[in-house]
Design a protein around this ligand. Structure first.
Ligand SMILES: *[C@@H]1O[C@H](CO)[C@@H](O)[C@H](O)[C@H]1NC(C)=O
Ligand SMILES: *[C@@H]1O[C@H](CO)[C@@H](O)[C@H](O)[C@H]1NC(C)=O
Ligand SMILES: *[C@@H]1O[C@H](CO)[C@@H](O)[C@H](O)[C@H]1NC(C)=O
Ligand SMILES: *[C@@H]1O[C@H](CO)[C@@H](O)[C@H](O)[C@H]1NC(C)=O
Ligand SMILES: *[C@@H]1O[C@H](CO)[C@@H](O)[C@H](O)[C@H]1NC(C)=O
Ligand SMILES: *[C@@H]1O[C@H](CO)[C@@H](O)[C@H](O)[C@H]1NC(C)=O
Ligand SMILES: *[C@@H]1O[C@H](CO)[C@@H](O)[C@H](O)[C@H]1NC(C)=O
Length: 368
């Protein structure tokens, strides 16, 4: 496996160095299918003309090759890219967005066999999450619907047996939930108590897992909700610059519930293997010990404007921080590439307190 020098630059005590020497050629992961929200979107929303959740303008992408704004909500690569890269040497970044594949039929088949990214910024577990704020996003349900259309195409290329094998051995990476909580905070259109809301959310998530399972998915890499109460946008809402406590509580409850859900899911459905990343704990670990993790600013957005640089989204007229690698937040909602890299390394090779019951490198090695 190609070890890139800059992986080491962001290594903290969290990650044992030795794992980087692991040769994952033996990990039989034919493809990676990625679902979720802006933490994993690699350009989906740039294909949605009427979506307001987009990152296709500078300064987004300023540290991406050729400083291209690709639709990633980041200064560079995002967690989906960096995890794909760790999982398999063949990936320079995440597989391409589904909607980009549809536009280029010439490369459609070749690309398909290494995976697809369906993630859409602003999307959530619930079908209408993000719709009010961003007009058009592709919900997790619709993403799974898109995946179901890809399965016959894979069968068409390699035949039914090989397609079944490819689909069951592949890793299904899902990073979603934050937008559901944001919408609950802003609209509370269901008028549910926090506990009832989380229960509703988890029931919907459970149905999505079942749908993926019925389509043949077996290996799930799940990333839970980070302490969204500490993002610059929420600190601004707090008024004193502190974290918005109620949102962090929701994020913690979400994690506990999904941990129980996945335990049950893997008991009820034969052959299910999963890794659950505790994004809450990982990120809090950085916020509580910024310097140890290489960050000197954990509350201001690097790209934005006004108080905490959180009063505006990242745009070509934004104020930009000079030292992007030392910021936890790229814009008022999203982590920098440096933070995403630390998260990817922790998910990939971290201890059980961060990712349970096994880390992503172990998930990759599981034989299906
Ligand atoms: C989006 O806009 C492009 C260029 O204007 C157009 O060709 C395309 O049909 C539009 N797509 C949708 C889904 O409206
Ligand atoms: C999202 O909003 C649009 C326009 O407001 C509406 O046509 C569409 O049905 C909504 N979708 C969902 C899933 O609520
Ligand atoms: C993929 O499958 C869909 C649904 O079966 C079909 O409509 C489409 O033509 C296929 N695409 C390719 C490139 O084979
Ligand atoms: C949403 O409404 C319900 C019922 O009025 C209330 O109990 C709950 O606290 C509200 N949630 C938020 C986040 O405002
Ligand atoms: C705002 O932050 C302060 C300081 O951390 C905290 O004590 C307070 O509870 C927070 N307020 C809300 C509404 O979360
Ligand atoms: C950024 O904030 C400054 C001062 O608060 C203001 O003058 C300027 O117009 C803002 N720029 C944008 C793009 O919002
Ligand atoms: C995480 O993965 C590595 C392999 O990359 C493994 O050696 C290690 O034991 C795992 N850590 C824990 C705590 O499970």
């Amino acid at each position: 496996m190609a070890i890139r020098v800059w992986y080491f630059l962001v290594l903290s005590l969290v990650v044992p160095t030795i794992v980087l020497a692991l040769d994952l050629a033996e990990a039989d992961v034919p493809a990676i299918f990625i679902f979720g929200d802006s933490t994993a979107d690699v350009g989906t929303n740039t294909y949605l003309n009427d979506s307001l959740a987009r990152a296709d303008k500078p300064f987004n992408g300023i540290d991406y090759p050729y400083s291209r704004a690709t639709g990633r909500f980041s200064n560079g690569y995002n967690a989906a890219d960096l995890i794909a890269r760790l999982m398999d040497n063949d990936y320079e970044r995440s597989p391409p967005p589904f909607l980009s594949l549809l536009e280029n039929m010439a490369t459609f088949k070749r690309n398909l066999l290494k995976g697809v990214n369906f993630a859409s910024g602003g999307a959530g577990i619930l079908d209408d999450t993000g719709n009010k704020t961003f007009h058009r996003v592709i919900s997790l349900g619709e993403q799974i619907q898109q995946f179901s259309t890809v399965k016959p195409n894979i069968t068409g290329i390699v035949g039914a047996d090989k397609a079944d094998s490819l689909i069951s051995k592949s890793v299904y990476l899902i990073s979603v939930g934050s937008n559901d909580l944001f919408d609950y905070q802003i609209y509370n259109s269901s008028n549910m108590s926090p506990d009832t809301f989380i229960t509703t959310l988890l029931q919907a998530y459970n149905n999505h897992f079942k749908d993926l399972y019925n389509l043949g998915a077996r290996k799930f890499g799940i990333i839970s909700v980070p302490p969204i109460g500490c993002c610059p946008f929420e600190r601004l809402l707090n008024g004193t610059g502190g974290c918005f406590v109620a949102m962090n509580e929701l994020a913690q409850t979400f994690y506990q519930s999904i941990q129980a859900l996945l335990q049950q899911f893997s008991l009820d459905f034969q052959g299910v293997k999963y890794s659950l990343g505790n994004a809450y704990f990982m990120t809090m670990n950085i916020i509580d010990n910024p310097l140890a993790s290489g960050f000197d600013d954990i509350q201001t957005a690097c790209c934005g404007n006004g108080t905490l640089n959180a009063q505006d989204q990242c745009s070509p007229s934004s104020k930009l921080c000079p030292n992007r690698d030392n910021y936890l937040f790229w814009d008022r909602f999203h982590p920098t590439q440096a933070a995403a890299q630390l998260a990817a390394l922790t998910l990939y090779a971290g201890a059980q307190e961060f990712v349970t019951p096994m880390n992503f490198s172990q998930l990759a090695l599981v034989h299906i």
